[in-house]
Every structure is written in structure tokens, then in C-alpha cells.
Design a protein around this ligand. Structure first.
Ligand SMILES: C[S@@+](CC[C@H](N)C(=O)[O-])C[C@H]1O[C@@H](n2cnc3c(N)ncnc32)[C@H](O)[C@@H]1O
Length: 211
């Protein structure tokens, strides 16, 4: 199996164009959850080709977007040239290269399924947020993962399936509480709002409650 960074470097050229229900529903989930407020300092994790950066930048005075894929970042930078947006190539499994106690919102979409140790992500998030700052997280629903769903794409006729880790709902909430967050909101997102099917996505809003 190809490593995740190389896989996204390959996927970057058609990530935006190929049909992808998960990507499109996630945009709806993020917009619905976040668009009614402003967040002066935003940190985006795994920004990819900038699907959410494109609109999140209008909610911020300064937005910093991290991703380890050079090619995904290149696509985002082609689209977004605002002075208030800074793209930084970095691996989220290592200490994040941004200031502590700074951000009003950390937003992370469809990225933690590629990261095994999510406790590290919550430890970094609490360090980088201001008190009362929010951590928005939206991922492929673990129920969907239990049924075998994984991020995948076809390149030059070859199917590539990415390395994915299943994080149970209780793992997200336990990590959040252990690291000093309260749970503000949990939502589940269904294809065409059909709640008789498996939910495709789960989203969380956590709030930093520690100093
Ligand atoms: C499915 S894409 C999601 C992109 C964007 N958030 C969206 O919703 O369209 C996942 C992104 O996470 C990035 N990613 C995965 N693991 C990462 C890691 N350890 N460090 C930094 N970026 C990572 C990938 O490069 C890719 O751009």
C-alpha cells in the first residue's frame, strides 16, 4: 500500500474534479456548523486542495493551513492567494509549527482517518487554541468504516486504497475530555438526508475549557 503522503500527491491533480460524495457532504457539514460565526485566528488541519480554506478565509483575520502533501497544497495555493492565508507544509503527527494559545478555531476535515494516534492531535489542539477556542472535526463515520468504506481513488486506471484507521466515537470523545475539551455538539450526516441509511459522516465541536 502506498504511503498516505505519496497517495495524496498523486490524488491531488483530480481530487477536486472526480465525483466524491464524502468530500461534498463534508463541505455541507462544515459550512452548516461553522458559517454563522467569525473566528479571528483559524488553524486548518489537513487543508488539502483548500475545499474549506476557500470559504473559511472569509471568517478569519488570519488563517493558517497545514498539510503534508506538497501537491495538495500546490492546488490550494493556485486557488487562494489572499495575504491572510498562510499554507505550511507539515506533518500533523509531529509538533505543529504554530504558536501556542493562539487560535479561536481549529478545523479538521477528513484527515484523522489517516492518523493512528489521535490523542497526539488533541494534545496539540488544546495547546494551540485559546481558552474557549473551538475544535471542529468531521470524519468518515466509523459506522461507515465498519462496513468497509475507505478513502480511495483511481489514477491511470489503477485503484488506490489509502491506509485508514478506524476511530470509534468513544475514542474521539475520550481523547477530547482527557485533553481538556468539553463536547459542544455531535452531528451525523446522511446522503440526501436519508436517515434510514448508514450515516456517511460524523462531526464534533469541542471547546477548550482549560487555561
Ligand atoms: C481527504 S483529504 C481532505 C482535505 C480537505 N480537508 C477536504 O476536506 O477536502 C485529507 C488530507 O489530509 C492530509 N493528511 C493526511 N495525513 C496527514 C498528516 N499526517 N499530516 C498532514 N496532512 C495529512 C492529506 O495530505 C490530505 O490533503
Amino acid at each position: 500500500m502506498m504511503n498516505t503522503e505519496n497517495a495524496y500527491n498523486l490524488w491531488a491533480s483530480h481530487y477536486d474534479d472526480m465525483p466524491n460524495k464524502t468530500r461534498d457532504l463534508e463541505k455541507t457539514a462544515a459550512l452548516t456548523t461553522l458559517q454563522s460565526k467569525e473566528y479571528p485566528f483559524i488553524l486548518e488541519l489537513g487543508c488539502g486542495t483548500g475545499k474549506n480554506t476557500t470559504w473559511l478565509r472569509h471568517k478569519a483575520t488570519q488563517l493558517t493551513a497545514l498539510d503534508f502533501s506538497v501537491e495538495m497544497l500546490r492546488k490550494a495555493e493556485e486557488k487562494i492567494k489572499d495575504n491572510n492565508v498562510l499554507f505550511v507544509q507539515s506533518d500533523l503527527t509531529k509538533v505543529w509549527p504554530v504558536a501556542d494559545n493562539t487560535f479561536d478555531l481549529i478545523s479538521c476535515s477528513l484527515t484523522l482517518e489517516h492518523i493512528q494516534d489521535i490523542d497526539f492531535i488533541f494534545r496539540q489542539a488544546v495547546q494551540k487554541l485559546q481558552k474557549n477556542g473551538l475544535f471542529f472535526l468531521c470524519e468518515l463515520h466509523p459506522f461507515k468504516q465498519y462496513s468497509g468504506s475507505k478513502a480511495r481513488f483511481t489514477d491511470k486506471g489503477q485503484l488506490n486504497i489509502l491506509q485508514c484507521f478506524t476511530h470509534h466515537v468513544s475514542e474521539y470523545t475520550d481523547c477530547a475530555i482527557r485533553n481538556g475539551f468539553s463536547i459542544e455538539k455531535i452531528d451525523e450526516w446522511f446522503d440526501a438526508d436519508d436517515t434510514t441509511t448508514l450515516p456517511r459522516l460524523i462531526s464534533f465541536v469541542f471547546r477548550k475549557t482549560t487555561v
